[in-house]
Design a protein around this ligand. Structure first.
Ligand SMILES: [Zn+2]
Length: 92
């Protein structure tokens, strides 16, 4: 089965999925389910990046989101991007 395009009804980002969806008009992506949206302030819970100086509890603001990664303006000055399947952040 080939991947199908599916659009998140909240952020309008197009994702691809190889799973069948029952209702294409009500798909909400994982980012939106977690309220990860541009401008929201977030806290780092876990990062998969072994080289970053970011630590658990570091805070920043979401500046951009696409289907692959989340750009963050960290208070520490870091520009490390988060990858939803590998890193964990939460809205504060
Ligand atoms: Zn979304």
């Amino acid at each position: 089965m080939t991947d199908q395009e599916i659009i998140c009804v909240e952020c309008k980002i197009i994702f691809f999925s190889n799973k069948p969806f029952k209702n294409y008009n009500s798909f909400v992506c994982d980012n939106c389910k977690l309220n990860l949206k541009i401008g929201n302030r977030i806290k780092l819970i876990y990062t998969n990046d072994p080289y970053t100086e970011l630590k658990k509890g570091d805070m920043g603001i979401i500046t951009d989101i696409n289907k692959i990664q989340i750009s963050i303006n960290w208070d520490s000055g870091s520009r490390l991007m988060m990858i939803p399947d590998l890193d964990i952040i939460e809205v504060v």
